[in-house]
Design a protein around this ligand. Structure first.
Ligand code: PLP
Length: 263
């Protein structure tokens, strides 16, 4: 039998409200024409207004899920989201070492509601154990600043400089996402060891419904890589997908808080 279905695996947290995390990943992967598999690292009790509980999945159960998927499914790309704790990061890093394909790392730290999705003790582990496996790291501006222990970048030049420093810490390429900057345009900057590869810009659309944008973006990039696109083109396609999902968000009325984007 020849393989005809590209497969992306997300390793991330569950959002019971369906707007972010694994649920957003699977929706974005499917909408981008790729088969999605999922390994759940944490179960969050969550809706559009708050995260009310977080239950960490034991690292051996995370490992068993990864092994179950990788021993059977011919996975093209892995996307990482909420990894939460040092034991889950260690287990995941071990498995990534044996995986030959590209890994897209969304360094999920804090929900828009302000709840911690990565323990403080786990930031260093994410840098030392996960970044070296990253074909692409996709930090937003607060996440990049936290990794570098510095102030948030405010201009595309500063974003590029911070992205380069993150490449120096082990990621092959970094997509610095400018959604948290101020201004009428949102500018994302893709850098690798040689410098700026591309910038992607779009007018800022403030619908209030932006829950799960980071998850959606990185999952769409993973799907586009699974389809065989090169990194620069994969990010371009995923950027277009995310813009459409943000613009369409107002046609949804989901929950009373920050609603999800529309896949
Ligand atoms: N919940 C989970 C499980 C997530 O993985 C993420 C991803 O960043 C979030 C919540 C955060 O969603 P947002 O910050 O877009 O509301």
């Amino acid at each position: 039998m020849t393989k005809n279905t590209p497969i992306a695996l997300t390793i991330a947290g569950s959002d019971s409200g369906g707007g972010a995390g694994v649920q957003a990943d699977i929706k974005a992967i499917s909408a981008n024409g790729v088969y999605g598999a999922s390994v759940i690292t944490a179960v969050t009790a969550q809706n559009t207004t708050a995260v009310t509980a977080v239950h960490e999945v034991p690292a051996d159960v995370v490992a068993a899920q990864i092994d179950a998927v990788l021993s059977d499914l011919d996975v093209d790309v892995i996307k990482l989201g909420m990894l939460f704790s040092v034991p889950i990061i260690e287990t995941t890093a071990q498995r990534l070492a044996a995986f030959g394909g590209p890994v897209v790392v969304d360094p999920v730290m804090i929900a828009k509601s302000g709840d911690a999705l990565l323990q403080d003790t786990a930031v260093t582990a994410l840098i030392t154990q996960i970044l070296p496996h990253a074909r692409l790291l996709t930090p937003n501006l607060p996440e990049a600043a936290r990794f570098l222990d510095t102030a948030q970048a405010t201009t595309p030049d500063e974003m590029a400089a911070q992205g380069q420093r993150l490449v120096g810490m082990g990621a092959k390429a970094v997509l610095m996402k400018g959604g948290h900057a101020v201004g009428s345009m949102c500018i994302d900057v893709l850098v690798d060891a040689k410098g700026v590869v591309a910038t992607y810009s779009a007018p800022r659309v403030d619908t209030g419904n932006t829950h799960g944008t980071g998850c959606t973006y990185s999952a769409a990039i993973a799907a586009q890589l699974a389809l065989g696109l090169d990194l620069e083109t994969a990010v371009k396609a995923a950027h277009a997908y995310l813009q459409a999902a943000i613009k369409a968000a107002d046609t949804l009325q989901i929950g009373k808080g920050h609603g999800p984007v529309h896949h």
